[in-house]
Design a protein around this ligand. Sequence first.
Ligand code: HEM
Length: 393
Amino acid sequence: MDELTAWLADPDPVTFPYAQVLAGFHRTGKHFVADRTLQWLAMARDAVPGTSTAADRLVRWLDVLLDKWDGRYDYRSYLALRLLAIPTAGSTTPYLEQRDRLVAGLLGDVLGFEHDAADGRTEFLPQMRPGADIVAKRHRLGLKVAVPALARLGGGPVTTGLELRATMRRLLTDDEIQSIALSILPVYVSHDEYLFIRVLQIFETTFAMLVLELRAGVAALDAGAWTAAADRVTVAAQVLTESAPTFSLLATMQVESFRTFRRFTEGASAIQSRNYRLLESLCRLPDDERLSSAAFDNTPEVRDEVLAGLRTLEQAYTEAVGRNPPPDAEPAVAAFRTFAAAVRRWRQTHYRLAVRMIGDRTGTGYTEGTPYLSEVRKIPVFLRPDLDVPPVS
Ligand code: HEM
């Protein structure tokens, strides 16, 4: 860690040896980084001067590197979510465009990695490289998710993962490219963990965008803007449906590989996803049993928001119909039902994938595992039968 000691002598956030530190983490995986290195990094974090953008980014990154050391390791830090340009209401860029930029960027990155590894051009994550047939399947499925996003971004047609990576490197800012590069911090050295992290980040990005659309849908209903409300929920349904092949992409993960690196991800589970929990809670209020279950124990901020009176689509719809019935509520109802169907399909696919990957093992979020998922997939998306659809079998 010579670079780190040299940097500590003159700690300027702009000159931090990002590449060298990242390479060190990649050599062993985050779980196996030497205590001595972590001590140096903790000292570096204390030494970061000022409150500039560069200082802020460096501290956020060091927090991610030091999550296990600090005893704060969880799903959000595993995925380095605070480094990524996750869709936010505070940006002037439309929600869908924010999502598309990051999703296509992440896909270009992971397909680029698959390509480099298959060609022997990287030694990163050398264990359990997949065969050529699996790599080809990953490219096909990854492109299937990326192409509609890229088309909306005006990125032109791409037919290979390498073209996608090159196109995204042109479309994204240096800042966005750097954030994506810094956000891949596997716990071990299995090839497939790269794919696992990127797929989780892609879904997390999508959930964040869906939450923004659903909130906007609630506001539109409250304003009596029926067409706008239907449009918001329709976009949410479309994007969730379009994201479905991301699960097929993850299903190419080699089970043995997953079970190997999963031993070191204990404590990080998507049950801690705030955006997924918000998505669920924005449709309709969770009942008391759900609100006091592991789901909300793992997302206490969302429980607080629900208890503070989070307004749901179902409430807004019911009140809007009662107050000011539109000449035709059918487009809104159809949008709700399409969204409910997409959520139910998402849960079913997730459940089936989990059965295949972990069988009867417990979850890294400390639930009993697939029995938990089997139960929660049946939770109604909406309580009103006219808005919901039957469970997927
Ligand atoms: C190998 C693939 C996967 C397996 C084996 C798996 C397994 C599990 C398990 C066992 C749980 C229950 C909580 C726990 O104890 O950890 C869970 C919850 C969850 N997972 Fe996954 N998962 C996988 C992929 C994904 C992906 C790609 C996402 C997308 C973000 C995701 C999102 C979720 C969410 C949102 C929950 C909470 C569900 C709820 O509380 O209703 N999972 N997963």
